[in-house]
Design a protein around this ligand. Structure first.
Ligand code: NAP
Ligand code: GDP
Length: 323
């Protein structure tokens, strides 16, 4: 890519702009991370149904982006994934194919899409790294989502080989923060537990943690992830993906994560573990050494602080929050 092309203003289209990660990128840009020669456009499903090829193409023709951060997806926690593997597979395959192909056809210079550490092989060695995505079957609980996401990496390689496109992807671990989906049945563990602790405190009822509390996760705060996404968009030039995660030493058990929420909300009631509910994948410990090679000094928000901020946001925005 010539420097002449690169000096032109950038028009960055963010699909999934109304979601957890999209809202975090919007905030980081608004707080001063946006550069003068960048125009940011955040779109949601009301702007275009990205499962529809014609609507997707019309969106790209309307905004004529030079760059795309592609976040839009059917997303959910363990229990939603277990119920709707087919929908996760089909919707995400459709959305990703429509977005990547419209980006190619309209001459977008760079696309950064979003994978997840839950798409890695279930039977694996640890820590997981970027080279291992296609090494074996994903966990059975979310195979639909996982295979659809893996295909983004395959498509990125193919668009690069056949057409020279710079389409890449990032692999975040479990994300949380303001604007998450706090629906207890459908959402991820932290927003689900934050909502459950809020209700348990309000109603004087016990807090039920699903599963044994023993599985382990690396959680990344959405605002940290947003800063990293912006860095990837501007600076990261590989087609191969990059894991965006806190270190392996920052992995916590579900029980420890729940304790952090209990403490942030000052919940004094009973806490029970419902082991009739699934534990899902025991762990998916990922290495962030590739990220650390590029950004050795990047500072992540401490987990307890990020939990406190998220609990505060949920309580202050209870009426409007997705739940
Ligand atoms: P989210 O809060 O559920 O937001 C999903 C976004 O996708 C929303 O903006 C939604 O728009 C949009 N969307 C869904 N279906 C659409 C469609 N058919 N057409 C157009 N837009 C559509 O999700 P998130 O947690 O921010 O996730 C963002 C990305 O990160 C996803 O690619 C996800 O796979 C990935 N990721 C998430 C996590 C996590 O823990 N949350 C972890 C790793 C990777 P509406 O608001 O209009 O419905
Ligand atoms: P995953 O990380 O992709 O497996 O998805 P989740 O974010 O849904 O986390 C699932 C893990 O959290 C499993 O071990 C669940 O048993 C545990 N968990 C405990 N309480 C809850 C809850 O209220 N909601 C969800 N989604 N998971 C919970």
């Amino acid at each position: 890519m010539s420097s002449e092309v690169e000096t032109k203003p950038r028009r960055i289209l963010v699909t999934g702009g109304s979601g957890l990660v999209g809202k975090a990128i919007e905030k980081v840009v608004a707080d001063g991370e946006g550069l003068q020669d960048e125009e940011w456009i955040f779109v949601a499903s009301k702007d275009a149904d990205l499962t529809n090829a014609a609507d997707t193409r019309a969106l790209f023709e309307k905004y004529k982006p030079t760059h795309v951060i592609h976040l839009a997806a059917m997303v959910g926690g363990l229990f939603r994934n277990m119920k709707y593997n087919l929908d996760f597979l089909r919707k995400n395959l459709q959305i990703n194919d429509n977005v990547l192909h419209s980006a190619y056809e309209t001459g977008v210079r760079k696309v950064v899409s979003c994978l997840s550490t839950c798409i890695f092989p279930d039977k694996t060695t640890y820590p997981i790294d970027e080279t291992m995505i296609h090494n074996g079957a994903p966990h059975s609980s979310n195979f639909g989502y996982s295979y659809a996401k893996r295909m983004i990496d395959v498509q990125n390689r193919a668009y690069h080989e056949q057409h020279g496109c710079t389409f890449t992807s990032v692999i975040p671990t479990n994300v949380f923060g303001p604007h998450d989906n706090f629906n207890i049945e459908d959402g991820h563990v932290l927003p689900g537990l934050i909502h459950k602790v809020y209700l348990a405190k309000l109603n004087g009822t016990p807090l039920s943690i699903w599963g044994t509390g023993k599985p382990r996760r690396q959680f990344i705060y959405s605002l940290d992830l947003a800063r990293l996404f912006i860095w990837v968009l501007r600076e990261y030039n590989e087609v191969d993906p990059i894991i965006l995660s806190v270190g392996e030493e920052d992995e916590v058990s579900i029980k420890e994560a729940a304790e952090s929420i209990v403490s942030a909300v000052d919940f004094k009631g009973e806490v029970i573990f419902d082991s009739t509910k699934s534990d899902g994948q025991f762990k998916k410990t990922a290495s962030n050494s590739k990220l650390r090679k590029y950004l050795p000094g990047f500072q992540f928000t401490p987990f307890n602080q990020a939990i406190q901020e998220t609990c505060k946001w949920f309580s202050a925005n209870y009426e409007q929050a997705r739940k």
